[in-house]
Write a protein that binds this ligand. Sequence first.
Ligand SMILES: *Cc1c(COP(=O)(O)O)cnc(C)c1O
Length: 360
Amino acid sequence: MSRVYNFSAGPSALPVPVLEQAQREMLEYPGSGMSVMEMSHRSKAYDGIIKGAEALLREIMEIPDNYKVLFLQGGASSQFAMVPLNLFTKSKTCDIVITGQWAKKAASEAAKYGKVNKVASSDDKVFSYIPDLDAATFDKDADYFHITYNNTIYGTRFTTLPDTGSVPLVSDISSCILSQKIDVSKFGLLYAGAQKNIAPAGLTIVIVREDLIGNAMEITPTMFDYKIHADNDSLYNTPPAYCIYICKLVLEWVKALGGVEAMEKINEKKAKILYDFLDASSLFRGTVVARDRSLMNIPFVTGNEDMDAKFIKEAAAAGFVNLKGHRTVGGMRASIYNAMPLEGVEALVDFMKKFESENK
Ligand SMILES: *Cc1c(COP(=O)(O)O)cnc(C)c1O
């Protein structure tokens, strides 16, 4: 069987050149006599991999020197608890914008350790837009202000950032890391599960300003304390070693393509092809207001559940897989992360055109 176009929201497609290099180095990582999977995480060879991955991430994302990069486990979902446990240092209050399931989870975990102020929500319209924010509703004494930058399930993204003054802005960038330029200096903390745009599942990346480290709540488990991981260069315990190796290969791939800026241009082009088609189509339509459309996750429907099911089935048979929308939205969703080539999006649109003409 040949490779399909995989539109999965996560875990997602990885760049083919990365998989090929991993295949070449599977049995013997150059000079080590063994697979990366078999290596001590404290060996010299592995030191080069983890330090190399961090240096590349710092370079590609232009991460300022006063931020730590942590390679952790537990997924973005663990950060929903780890963020409040580490950042609830004064008022034990946070502001959260509710833009979907992941934001709701970030809020319900934070509520276990302090007070959550839901500054705005778009759940009145199934999270199909990013709510306008009124600074008058922000809590000036909040320990942090949380947004989900790109909403994987609903296909929205923030295009302007809230001005939170001295309150650290925290963002879940699981589904948009490396897909567009992000000014790290505007944030106190960024986190991402790797399985959308960076690596296989198992790695979580945290980028955190140094002054936010070291004041975790007393009840914080050791493994949930950023300071432990920062002080030990992410080697307090065994890290997700193979995932970090793939992460390094993906970062090399992004760099060779011209970095995040070049990636963003390609992603804008890819998304435009699909959105332009949806806007003109007589059968399909996008579900998100134009202003807030994601570059990475594009939900769409026909308005008829049977027709949606027919489309998903025929698309899969034609080699376009994982197009079923999230159960809370229905319809379809095409996730077109960095590793989805332009040709994949063009081929999908061609298939949708054909389907449309056959199902008038
Ligand atoms: C996938 C996703 C998560 C959940 O990530 P896990 O690594 O599975 O915990 C959280 N937030 C966003 C925005 C996501 O896309």
